[in-house]
Design a protein around this ligand. Structure first.
Ligand code: 6PG
Length: 242
């Protein structure tokens, strides 16, 4: 297994710009190579400044050949404050010249089971004539080692066939939808976007103790072809061995 690539950026502004640099590079390379770019967004709060940087630099991406997917979603309406779709829409999707039909929203408000079946169908249809692999897949990390909505102890962690399944957040018992490890681990490029001191212990354990206890869900992100890139600020990287 390839070693993860670790990039530590000192300031929040430079961190967001470096993330945008990497994403734009991958977008241009994917479109050059295959004519399209599939970009999977992560949720929560961390990626918002990265999405805003992409909006500022919208001229550097060919949005006509860009296809947006989501790594996970809360089972709430798309205009709900907790919606990952709403956060991305406000941070950059409304500001870039992308067709609505190129944005594949998880319609999680209809309920996790139906929404998972619906999203699986959207993914299959999109990749119908192509290799079923996302080009760029963003991931966040929770203090409990979860990523996307793959939380410790959840049955979703064991899914080895479907690409989208229901899940739930055990910390507040809310229902979610999430991509699974088969979907994540087949991606061409995985970019973990993590900032903040609270994540430092988990990051150090996931990166430096990848096959040891505790078995944080993020440790199951195992990409053979191209190891994940961890884009961290100094606080998040503060417990890594130098
Ligand atoms: C979500 C995310 C989740 C997130 C982590 C970190 O829907 O919440 O997909 O995996 O990335 O929980 O969240 P923060 O960025 O808010 O710390």
């Amino acid at each position: 297994m390839n070693e993860p690539r670790i990039v530590v950026i000192p300031t929040p502004e430079k961190w967001a710009q470096k993330a945008a640099d990497l994403i734009i590079e991958q977008a241009q390379a994917a479109i050059e190579a295959r004519g399209t770019w599939s970009f999977v967004l992560s949720g929560g709060g961390t990626p918002k400044p990265v999405y805003q940087a992409l909006a500022e630099r919208k001229g550097e991406i060919d949005w006509q050949n860009t296809f947006i997917f989501f790594g996970d979603e809360r089972c709430v309406p798309p205009d709900h404050p907790e919606s990952n779709y709403r956060m991305a829409k406000e941070a950059f999707l409304d500001a870039v010249p992308i067709e609505q039909q190129n944005i594949f929203r998880m319609i999680a408000e209809i309920g996790p089971k139906e929404a998972a079946e619906d999203y699986q169908g959207m993914i299959e249809a999109h990749f119908f004539k192509a290799e079923k692999r996302f080009d760029t897949l963003l991931l966040g990390l929770g203090n409990d080692g979860h990523t996307a909505s793959l939380f410790p102890g959840e049955p979703a962690l064991k899914e080895d066939t479907a690409w989208v399944v229901p899940s739930h957040n055990p910390h507040n018992q809310t229902e979610r939808l999430t991509l699974t490890f088969p979907a994540i681990n087949s991606a061409r490029n995985i970019l973990f976007l993590v900032t903040g001191e609270s994540k430092a212990p988990v990051i150090a354990d996931v990166i430096q103790n990848p096959s040891g206890f505790p078995n944080y869900p993020a440790k199951q992100v195992i990409v053979t072809e191209s190891a994940p890139t961890w884009l961290l600020d100094q606080a998040a990287a503060s417990e890594l061995n130098s």
